[in-house]
Design a protein around this ligand. Sequence first.
Ligand code: NAD
Ligand code: ZN
Ligand code: ZN
Length: 395
Amino acid sequence: MKALTWQGIEDVQVREVADPVIQEPTDAIVRVTSTAICGSDLHLYKVLAPYLTPGDVLGHEFMGIVEEVGSGVQNLAVGDRVVVPFTISCGHCWMCRRGLFAQCETTQNVDQGMGASLFGYTSLYGRVPGGQAEMVRVPHADFGPVKVPHDGHPDERYLYLSDILPTAWQGVVYADVPEGGTLAVVGLGPVGQLAVRSALHRGVKQVIGIDLVPERLARAEQAGAVVINSAQTKDVVAAVKDLTDGRGADSVLDAVGMEAHGNPVSEKIVTATSHLPGPAARLAFEKVGIDRLAALHLSLELARRGGTVSISGVYGGAADPMPLLQMFDKGLTLRMGQCHVQRWTDELFEIANQTEDVLGLESLATHHLPLDQAAEAYKTFQTKSDGCLKVVLKP
Ligand code: NAD
Ligand code: ZN
Ligand code: ZN
């Protein structure tokens, strides 16, 4: 079959690879009908290179048709239309019973000291072949895949249930916006856009969106956010204070992560680190702060005293400098982490499957391309050129 493979720093290629086969009774094979590129894939494209091996199949946002099921899978049948969460969870361990699916103890990567396995996401997370491919092996298919109706809506209504919709939703829930309060969303990529829409849908009174890409700001504004272009605003903190009675936002959501713009020095270090030979780079990653922290530090500043900062953006540094004096003195609450996708599936499926596309899911993607053009699509998404906000690939 054809699959998008990682070959080196900023080098991904569609290649012919072996078809996936059932390995465990709880596996299923899914024929992919739609698969998206995520901001998290951009970290693999460059920064997380030391944790990849040439040939690794990427992709963790996908849906399709069940092609084959293992003998232990009772909940799915060949021909079912499913969307697959990016976190691989067993559904019955101590963590899963508490809804902490991204920490599943059955698929945790204990040897790496990391949480549950993820599709297409490095040796840190199980090195499980991903879904930017014609077909994919889905482990723990007796729990993970979400069935969606054949006669329902087009793929894109359901596709984002794999990751960015529950990620945005969890980010907003964790932000714990008080009644009548303000949420500032830093970063208006696909996650930030859905966070803005989710927050307004959940009744948040004022949502402020911050980014530096004009098209992305315009999209958030259309959705109902007040927007601030951080590249053109001298003092973003003051601008948010002006909108919040001088106090700052009750809650802030960091939807940027480790590759924020605005950290020229750490950008150089990160780039240099990524180019070291594998073991040296991994050591540097694990011992030295590697993240570009502009967005996180801004988020901490934007929050009012006693406020909450919710971190959806992915960070990976081991020794990142944090302004603890400010954080402690302001009495901030922080919540973060990989999304516990299945925890939000039921309520989000209800919303996504309504007649009306209330979250605008079908119009989120700007680029629809065949899988064959995935390499160019990564470039376009990374550089945010051609108005690119989200790419959906069709194998
Ligand atoms: P993206 O790269 O398209 O979006 C990031 C946005 O942040 C861009 O629009 C960029 O212009 C903006 N930005 C960069 N630096 C900024 C700064 N200093 N101030 C304000 N805005 C800035 O990616 P995405 O797909 O929307 O993902 C966002 C983050 O969420 C990524 O880090 C991704 O890895 C992470 N993510 C986490 C989970 C999870 O489970 N927690 C799941 C999916 C994605
Ligand atoms: Zn993702
Ligand atoms: Zn589990």
